[in-house]
Design a binder for this molecule. Structure first.
Ligand code: NAD
Length: 336
């Protein structure tokens, strides 16, 4: 009797087959479109059954051009899937106390299920203080210490959007993560650390690396899965990656070539990756999945808020355990 293949062998066999004809290019744009289409149906059903329209409040302080583009995209997609969008644009010289007062109002507004404060914030505002003030049940960015703690414990909560998007992209090419070797390049609180925790939760053996890691190419060469979020163009070279491995490229760097042409490049040397099993392109890979995950998180927050509401015919009120209603005291977090 032959023994069942290990998850690693099963994955490698599958990916080497794919590698024979070049890598699978994981199309984040198409996946994000499928997710938003299915969310549109879910939102419609949710509204019909509950009478409640999920709502996302987006707060933009100042006029940073990149932030304005991101906010415009987020608002447009929120409305496209049938959710309500509440836009709050504040001047660049807004005082921290005024921003905190707005967050406070949004925390208790029943029409708002998700709150997103667009980063970066102007220098007079302490971003950590503002993010810590968001009700964890409405923290659709997943940055509040309570949600970070839940992710670390593997006990649910709202997961940061980019790491969640990375996992959905990986899910399109990997069925069984158990025992796979994953290397994460970058240890930021918004990408590297949460993605490492998610991979660990799937029972990968995870190595987290950063700018001071020694022998990075050798560490990466051993990996079945590489998630790179360094912001360093073409950091991961073709000869760092073993045949059949999966590369998720989170990096986004805007560059201008000698002819003055502008483009966006990732952290992996895409043109050297003909031997890998699968890879995400930049642009069109992780980026669109980040916004799709924001919408998914808002819908999750709305569903949980509804589930936590007192039932008319019930025992007369919400139980103290109702997550979405608990006001959790602010706690310190590490910086973003
Ligand atoms: P960050 O600057 O907070 O962290 C970068 C991390 O990479 C650090 O831990 C640093 O030690 C490590 N690093 C930098 N250079 C390295 C090198 N040469 N070798 C090894 N490690 C190195 O950045 P971040 O916020 O995590 O973002 C990382 C990249 O991902 C950026 O390009 C950013 O624009 C992009 N990003 C994309 C999305 C998206 O939606 N696609 C979302 C967030 C961030």
């Amino acid at each position: 009797m032959t023994s069942a293949p290990t998850p690693i062998r099963a994955m490698n066999e599958r990916l080497q087959m794919v590698a024979g004809g070049g890598p699978t290019v994981i199309d984040g744009k198409a996946l994000a479109a499928r997710i938003t289409a299915s969310l549109t149906t879910d939102v419609e059903k949710f509204i019909a059954e509950s009478g409640v329209t999920p709502g996302l409040a987006v707060v933009l302080v100042g006029a940073d051009p990149a932030s304005q583009i991101y906010v415009r995209k987020k608002v447009a997609l929120t409305e496209q899937v049938g959710m309500k969008s509440f836009e709050h644009r504040l001047p660049a010289d807004t005082a921290q106390a005024d921003l905190l007062a707005l967050v406070d109002r949004l925390n208790t507004d029943p029409a708002v299920h998700g709150i997103l404060v667009q980063l970066p914030l102007p220098p007079q505002i302490n971003a950590k203080k503002v993010l810590d003030a968001i009700n964890p049940a409405k923290d659709v960015d997943g940055f509040h210490p309570v949600n970070v703690g839940r992710l670390s414990n593997g006990t649910g909560g709202l997961i940061p959007c980019t790491p969640l998007g990375c996992m959905k992209l990986l899910d399109t090419v990997i069925d069984d993560y158990r025992g796979l070797k994953a290397v994460v390049i970058g240890k930021s609180n918004i990408v590297g650390k949460p993605v490492a925790l998610l991979l660990l939760e799937r029972e990968c053996t995870v190595t987290v690396t950063h700018i001071l890691t020694r022998n990075l190419p050798d560490i990466v060469r051993d990996a079945d899965i590489i998630v790179v979020a360094a912001g360093s163009p073409r950091l991961v070279r073709g000869d760092w990656v073993k045949p059949g491995a999966v590369v998720i490229d989170v990096g986004i760097t805007r560059v201008v070539d000698a002819q003055g042409r502008r483009s966006v490049v990732g952290d992996a040397a895409f043109d050297e990756m003909g031997h890998v099993g699968a890879i995400t392109p930049v642009p069109g890979g992780v980026g669109p999945m980040t916004i799709a995950s924001l919408l998914t998180n808002t819908f999750q927050a709305a569903s949980q808020a509804l589930a936590a509401q007192p039932h008319e015919s019930g025992t007369g009120g919400a139980e103290p355990e109702d997550e979405a209603l608990i006001v959790i005291p602010q706690v310190d977090s590490t910086t973003l």
